[in-house]
Design a protein. Structure first.
Ligand SMILES: C[S@@+](CC[C@H](N)C(=O)[O-])C[C@H]1O[C@@H](n2cnc3c(N)ncnc32)[C@H](O)[C@@H]1O
Length: 245
């Protein structure tokens, strides 16, 4: 049996010179398979974005999906917006991702208008927002730039608006960190990744994806303009927070 062209086997052969992970054409080609086999609970988080959209999106407002990749979250939001005159804005700085996102959005018939922007999310003007999704993306910003990003999102939200922030998290407790790392690797093995793939991907991404603890996220959200923070989902070291302005 031959592998499907979209199967992630980027790290299946020994790579003597591993370079830092990037969201380039190679990664974009296999990304939907990669994220589902690597992030426990990803499909649940995507599906629940629809619930948040249905509950929080208000008429005549804007909804942002920051770090939209190929539009999985954008589409989950779009399909559950039931109020008029809403514009969805999807932003990603990888042209390989945005091209595929454009294609996926065009194939969807939901009514809300979608605007796609290929740029750094830190440069995106945010205004009149009822909901912002930051789904597994803040973790790729340099840690010292994360407070400014969260503050900017809070300022762009209308009163009562929400941020859904999903992230890989780390733990202060070494035992919990080791246990959840092992369970995550077990999840990946059960999804068909070899030990070589797991270890090479880990090395490639460790300088690029820098996780915070759940408490660091909570404190950052509270000091930058949010009044309530709820961790509504966690599976091993993957968590999602609902932050209310
Ligand atoms: C793990 S993926 C996000 C997955 C996506 N939100 C989803 O739910 O399917 C991270 C994305 O963020 C993008 N990204 C990372 N840093 C960025 C930045 N500073 N500005 C814009 N996009 C960024 C990457 O290109 C990548 O597509």
């Amino acid at each position: 049996m031959t592998d499907s062209p979209d199967k992630d086997n980027l790290f299946s052969r020994p790579r003597p010179h591993l370079v830092d992970f990037a969201f380039d054409e190679q990664v974009a080609r296999v990304f939907p398979d990669m994220i589902r086999r690597s992030v426990p609970g990803y499909d649940t988080v995507i599906a629940m974005l629809g619930v948040f959209a249905s509950h929080y999106v208000t008429p005549h407002s804007r909804v942002y999906d920051l770090g939209c990749s190929q539009g999985a979250a954008t589409l989950a939001l779009r399909r559950h917006i039931h109020v008029p005159d809403v514009t969805l804005v999807g932003v990603d700085n990888s042209s390989a991702m945005i091209e595929r996102c454009q294609h996926n959005i065009a194939a969807d018939l939901s009514p809300s208008q979608v605007e796609l922007r290929c740029e750094d999310i830190q440069d995106t003007p945010l205004e009149n927002a009822s909901l912002v999704a930051l789904n597994f993306t803040l973790q790729f910003l340099p840690p010292e730039q994360r407070d400014a990003m969260i503050g900017k999102i809070a300022r762009g939200l209308n009163a009562g608006g929400v941020l859904v922030l999903s992230e890989k998290i780390c733990f202060d407790d070494a035992q919990q960190q080791n246990l959840f790392t092992e369970l995550h690797h077990e999840f990946k093995r059960l999804n068909g990744y070899s030990d070589l793939e797991i270890s090479q991907k880990r090395q490639a991404i460790e300088n690029v994806l820098i996780p915070d603890t759940a408490e660091q996220h909570r404190q950052r959200l509270l000091r930058n303009g949010f009044s309530q923070v709820h961790c509504w989902f966690q599976c091993f070291s993957f968590a999602s927070f609902l932050a209310v302005k």
